[in-house]
Write a protein that binds this ligand. Structure first.
Ligand code: ASP
Length: 566
């Protein structure tokens, strides 16, 4: 056997080595009877790389280790060779608990020796293999698309790659293979998939990586239903095979329209492992005497029931203060509430609510509380959506062992960007719902798209759409988005030109592979399922990069640095 010294124990005159390799740990025993081997074993330290020869014996009765796959046997060593000694690692490889993440990333090759990380990487391989087999069986082709391309506007900032051959010109790294997979449909490949690396130069809000992996899919001659069915079959088969211990709700995956998701859960990626649906109080609020309430665009409530509170009596003042800070981050002015203590209603709004209005709360049980979001609909939804998730966290309402998928469909085609400018909600190639075409010119925000997201436990794990395939119509959407003829030609000329040569109707979807695996592995960040991720500051502490390059390299690329940060 060959591998790494995981642990050494000297015990009753014998030396025990836990030898670690990719598949796990095996116990090796050295006896002083075997003088040469024993002498070497005395010098073995953690992480030495060794080669061992010996005889596999059954362990003595009572000495078995049920935790280990090899726990029934041990190797009685007759020969050992040190292939390479090792320095003491900066953290213990068999340490299960918290290790400073920056240190882990700096020594990622050692971090990956740890069991949990090794298992994550092995799992990742299995997921990707499953996907490849699945699509192969369904007659899809895996086709690579280039990494050096022209920009593919989908909303994120792109990484630039200077061209030495064409000074002053740049490639960009793809945020996704979106346009290329559409062009492959024009080529007639009909069913495409790719495990594709994508790049987005975004601020590291939350759990993001500048490069990440998508399972990218595109199909011709399909409707939304075909894409949803395929993706559904994939994920349900995949989790049944690879995470058999997880509880998964029955087929089919439930569906919510975007509008429903927002009004019931305050989010377009609701976690359906728990209830806590929002309740609309707008009509009620209109009848109260408070201007705050009756002038608000919407008033919605989040009611925490006795069952959800479980053993918790009620929310304390300081907890409510914390929750108020949370909702203020989403733009709410404050967090009003109604609760009941000793059968008495308590609320900062009490003086505005007359006895008639109070009747609404008569079934409130002691300790139960309704939090209110008062104001603009978008802000109220976002704030209460976040509060709903926070409640679930604090009250432990989400079953960690459950996988709860939900489709969110009928997204709006457009979103309001900076300065109220119309932007594509998904990307500009998304087809509108044919039923809403009449609103395209006059009321674009009301146009729904043939776009869908797959949500798992409150995270978006996939998103896609049916695409526009008629060049004139694509041109029209660019115009609605405020692009002029010149911009359209420069940025999308290739696509419009291609569409003029017979583009089939097509649509697709892409999965964020890292996030999907993170959830399946119960990890907190996608970094835990990526072999060599960047840190939260988009920096690689192991390679120590991004880093300056040689002046000559810059000159060749025709680049001068104007704003050098230390
Ligand atoms: N390209 C899209 C994305 O990266 C996915 C798709 O529409 O297929 O979000």
């Amino acid at each position: 056997m060959a591998g790494w010294v995981h642990r050494r124990r000297d015990h009753g005159g014998l030396i025990f080595i836990d030898l670690r390799d990719r598949h796990g740990i095996t116990q090796v025993v050295f006896s002083p009877k075997d003088k040469v081997a024993f002498k070497i074993a005395e010098n073995l330290r953690p992480e030495y790389v060794i080669f061992v020869e010996g005889k596999v014996n059954k362990r003595p009765k009572g000495a078995e280790n049920k935790e280990l796959a090899t726990g029934g046997v041990e190797v009685m060593a007759t020969k050992v060779e040190i292939l390479n000694p090792a320095k003491t690692p900066p953290f213990e490889i068999d340490q299960a608990g918290d290790i400073n993440e920056e240190l882990r990333l700096q020594y990622r090759y050692l971090d990956l020796r740890r069991e949990r990380m090794r298992d994550n990487i092995v799992f990742r391989h299995k997921v990707v293999k499953f996907m490849r087999d699945f699509f192969d069986k369904k007659d899809f082709l895996e086709i690579e698309t280039p990494i050096l391309i022209k920009n593919t506007p989908e909303g994120a900032r792109e990484f630039l790659v200077p061209s030495r051959k064409h000074p002053g010109n740049f490639f960009v790294l793809p945020q996704s293979p979106q346009q290329l997979k559409q062009l492959l449909m024009v080529s007639g490949f009909e069913k495409y998939f790719q495990i594709a690396r994508c790049f987005r130069d975004e601020d590291q809000r939350g759990d993001r990586q500048p490069e990440f992996t998508q399972l990218d899919i595109e199909m011709s001659f399909v409707e939304q239903e075909d894409v949803l069915n395929l993706a559904e079959e994939l994920v349900l088969k995949l989790v049944a095979k690879l995470t058999p211990k997880k509880k998964v709700s029955k087929k089919p995956i439930p569906r919510l329209t975007y509008a429903e998701a927002m009004s019931r859960f305050g989010s377009d990626r609701p976690d359906l492992r728990f209830g806590l649906e929002l309740i609309d109080f707008t009509n009620w609020a209109k009848k109260t005497k408070s201007d705050l309430l009756n002038k608000a665009e919407v008033v919605r409530g989040l009611r925490v029931s006795r069952a959800e509170l479980a053993k918790k009596e009620t929310f304390t003042r300081s907890e409510i203060d914390e929750l108020t800070i949370l909702v203020k981050n989403y733009g709410l002015g404050g967090l009003a509430y109604v609760t009941k203590r000793d059968r008495e209603l308590i609320s900062p709004l009490m003086k505005f609510i007359d006895s008639k209005a109070q009747a609404t709360f008569k079934d409130l049980k002691n300790g139960e509380i309704i939090f209110f979001g008062i104001g603009e609909e978008g802000i109220v939804n976002a704030a209460l959506g976040a509060l709903r998730n926070e409640m679930a966290l604090r009250l432990k309402l989400a079953d960690a062992n459950r996988l709860s998928f939900v489709w969110v469909t009928d997204f709006p085609l457009f979103a309001k960007g900076e300065g109220g400018k119309l932007e594509a909600e998904h990307h500009p190639f998304t087809a509108p719902n044919p039923g809403d075409l009449s609103k395209l010119d006059k009321r674009p925000p009301e146009v729904r798209a043939l776009a869908y997201d797959l949500v798992l436990n409150g995270s978006e794990i996939a998103g896609g759409s049916i695409r526009i395939h008629e060049p004139k119509f694509q041109q029209k959407i660019f115009e609605v988005l405020g692009l002029d003829g010149k911009e359209i030609g420069e940025r999308f000329g290739h696509l419009l030109k291609a569409f003029e040569y017979g583009a089939p109707p097509h649509g697709g979807i892409a999965f964020g592979l890292d996030r999907f695996m993170m959830i399946l592995r119960d990890e907190e960040t996608i970094r835990e399922v990526i072999a060599f991720p960047k840190n939260q500051n988009a920096y690689d502490p192991m390679l120590e990069t991004p880093s300056p390059v040689d002046g000559d390299n810059l000159k060749e690329a025709g680049i001068g640095i104007i704003n050098k940060k230390k």
